[in-house]
Design a protein around this ligand. Sequence first.
Ligand SMILES: NC(=O)C1=CN([C@@H]2O[C@H](COP(=O)(O)OP(=O)(O)OC[C@H]3O[C@@H](n4cnc5c(N)ncnc54)[C@H](OP(=O)(O)O)[C@@H]3O)[C@@H](O)[C@H]2O)C=CC1
Ligand SMILES: CC(C)(CO)C(=O)C(=O)O
Length: 312
Amino acid sequence: MKILIIGTGGIGAYYGYFLQQSGNDVVFTARGEHLAALEENGLTLIHEGTTYCTPVKAHTHGYLAQHFEANEFDLIILTLKAHSTDAFVKEMGSWLTSHPTFVLSLQNGVDNENILADLLGSQYVLGGLAVRIGSHVLSPGVIQSTGKAEIIIGAWPNDAEHSSPVPSIVSQFSDVLAQASIPNQVSTDIRRELWRKLMINNGVNPLSAITGLDTFALTNHERLGSLVYGMMQETVNAAKADGVELTQQDLSEMFELIKTFKPIKTSMLMDKEHGRKMELDSIIGVVLQRSETLGIQAPYNTMAFALLTSET
Ligand SMILES: NC(=O)C1=CN([C@@H]2O[C@H](COP(=O)(O)OP(=O)(O)OC[C@H]3O[C@@H](n4cnc5c(N)ncnc54)[C@H](OP(=O)(O)O)[C@@H]3O)[C@@H](O)[C@H]2O)C=CC1
Ligand SMILES: CC(C)(CO)C(=O)C(=O)O
């Protein structure tokens, strides 16, 4: 398969590396010092103590638009931060729509797929998420990662209301992931999976950025653990605005998953430590906005948002 990875950060580099190693033709986008290092030294991935290196084809978005057509790629995978999806669509929208191809977001949040579907039509959009992975740029050209690094994908939206036929690209990409030894699942309700993952991100990312604690320390802390649970409960409540019914069992399962998982520094904590923009709108803002639509309070999220925005 010919695959384009948009944004070679922790997530894009990790999956792009293994997809390339298993024989796919992978092109990456990056910028600045990181791009210069990728061009000069290739990509270095340090996964749970093992170091892998490979030359990569890495370009800026400008170079991509000038030298490639979108439909030269079987699949474009978006691994920017969720707050960059809009900017990407503005920057590359006409390139994407002039020769459309399939686009998959592996970003956190529940709105990326809608933004892409507004541009391309949902027939070109796959929903997806990266789970059980912590992966970050350590220095230009160098990525450090941990976890089993699973992927969940599905046709967008393919829920009860819009039961689209599952495009063959979903099963083809699932096979490609398996060949690359990337554990994956195909979901028949990817919107629900995105909300289930948002429970975890909403539970731990903001509180980790506030406290500086990793996921294990936070969820196992005698007082902070219940704040995580409270944030997650508010995500369950907010999901109803999108017609997604999360249950108390979903909440318990996701809380247990993150509580027993190895310690991970969340992407929001990494962003805060590096002075980068945090994914506040797609992880807290979305819960506040959906709660407002439903006319319900979300006091834990209101407080976390206030604390994080008063510092930035
Ligand atoms: N990191 C993790 O462990 C996990 C992250 N996720 C989610 O996955 C998504 C990606 O996260 P993560 O990999 O951590 O993010 P990163 O910030 O590490 O990666 C995004 C990359 O895209 C690059 N980029 C942004 N804009 C452009 C542009 N215009 N041209 C070229 N490159 C660009 C960034 O470069 P620059 O640094 O210059 O901005 C950066 O290298 C997020 O939604 C995150 O929440 C999900 C599970 C785990
Ligand atoms: C919390 C975690 C590590 C779960 O995969 C994540 O998605 C993130 O850091 O953004």
